[in-house]
Design a protein around this ligand. Structure first.
Ligand code: FAQ
Length: 345
């Protein structure tokens, strides 16, 4: 049974060799480096790949960035499901471009994680063996065309809310990757909203109903994307102290709810939450209780599509083996040719 437990990279020694135990002399020698690192974090400076960093900081980043990369490539699957069934050529072209963008985000993020000394093969092995986590949201099925609009509007909307602060993450390669990713996600969010607006403005009653049904199914899972409540988030405190996370899970979720309610009014849809209302005193929206049992069930590998998603990724990896082998053989041949030419010169 796979668990999606991302934390296994480096913790159980399977995905990454254990770091050798350090002697008292090593620790003493590290003290000034630690001080320099702490001062850089306190000053809000960026840490580069070549800079010294504590092992726990490095592992936390590998955990978060690789989980993020996996989410991007697993996230291609629910939308990929609709490319061949898009209703018009325009919508098909947009969806194709969007799914390709997600692949690019995955590659950028794997590259950012590799700068921390973990190979792509190690990260993918963790995903394929079920040890690695990816966002819970991609374990829900896409049942109608309206789901494509709602994923853009709500899922990319939630992703942007979470990722804009990551453009200021203390680890510079991740922050740089996030800047480009956020630009593209913002296009994704708008195309989703526009697709829904078209259906809600010009659509038939059945199409409007389809949009409302999609909103009903995706609203709560979108709120879960931000992770557990702050009180139940074991990683937040340290990650915020290090400037990896700039805002807490609950703070980001609240910002998302506040921004989205207004957009729902423009669309003419309602959120499936009778407790959602404006709180004049707090100047924000109150909303109902999230079903955390469902969240942990999905994170634990028992969501509606977990097995299907992981199965699709493993199949793609296995069936792509010949492409990787051919690319390697080609690059070896080229290197051999260059070496022969150098000897001859
Ligand atoms: N799903 O202590 P925290 C996208 C885990 S990209 C699954 O709060 P942390 C683009 C968490 O890993 C979406 N697991 O953890 C797109 C931890 O487990 P661990 C992905 C979750 O790291 C759009 C445990 O629960 N975005 O959508 C989830 O401080 C459309 C305790 O949680 C990112 O990855 C979850 N939702 O905060 C693509 C952004 N939430 O590892 C295609 C970067 C929590 O200790 C189509 N990541 N867990 O065993 C982050 O900002 C953070 O990692 C959080 C979690 C906020 C996700």
């Amino acid at each position: 049974m796979y668990t999606q437990a991302m934390d296994t990279i480096g913790k159980d020694g399977n995905a990454e060799p254990k770091a050798p135990l350090r002697s008292a002399d090593d620790l003493l020698a590290e003290a000034p480096l630690q001080q320099r690192f702490d001062a850089a974090i306190d000053a809000g400076d960026f840490i580069e790949a070549k800079d010294w960093m504590p092992e726990h900081y490095r592992k936390t980043l590998v955990r978060q960035i690789s989980q993020h990369a996996h989410s991007e490539i697993v996230g291609m699957l629910p939308e990929g499901n609709w490319i061949s069934r898009a209703p018009t050529l325009k919508r098909k072209a947009i969806l194709l471009a969007k799914v390709q963008d997600e692949a690019g985000h995955g590659l950028d993020l794997y590259a950012a994680a590799e700068t921390l000394g973990t190979s792509r093969d190690q990260m993918l092995e963790a995903l394929h063996s079920g040890k690695a986590k990816y966002s819970s949201i991609f374990n829900y099925p896409t049942l109608s065309w309206a789901d494509m609009g709602v994923i853009g509007w709500l899922v990319d909307g939630a992703a942007i809310m979470n990722q804009v602060p990551l453009c200021r993450c203390s680890y510079a390669p991740y922050a740089r990757a996030m800047i480009r990713v956020c630009r593209e996600e913002s296009f994704h969010q708008r195309q989703g909203f526009e697709a829904l607006l078209t259906m809600m403005t010009h659509g038939t009653p059945a199409q409007k109903e389809m949009v409302q049904d999609a909103v009903n199914r995706w609203w709560w899972p979108s709120l879960m994307m931000f992770g557990p409540a702050d009180a139940d988030s074991p990683n937040s405190e340290q990650s915020m102290r290090w400037g990896i996370k700039r805002l807490s899970n609950d703070a980001l979720r609240q910002k998302f709810v506040d921004a989205t309610v207004e957009q729902a009014r423009t669309l003419g849809v309602t959120m499936p939450d009778p407790d959602l209302k404006w709180n004049e005193e707090c100047q924000q929206h109150d909303f109902g209780a999230i079903d955390w049992a469902e969240f942990w069930q999905v994170v634990g590998g028992e969501g509606p599509c977990n097995r299907e998603r992981l199965g699709a990724r493993v199949k793609a990896w296995d069936e792509g083996a010949w492409v990787r082998d051919a690319a390697l053989a080609h690059s070896r041949k080229q290197a051999a040719r260059v070496a022969t030419a150098q000897v001859a010169a």
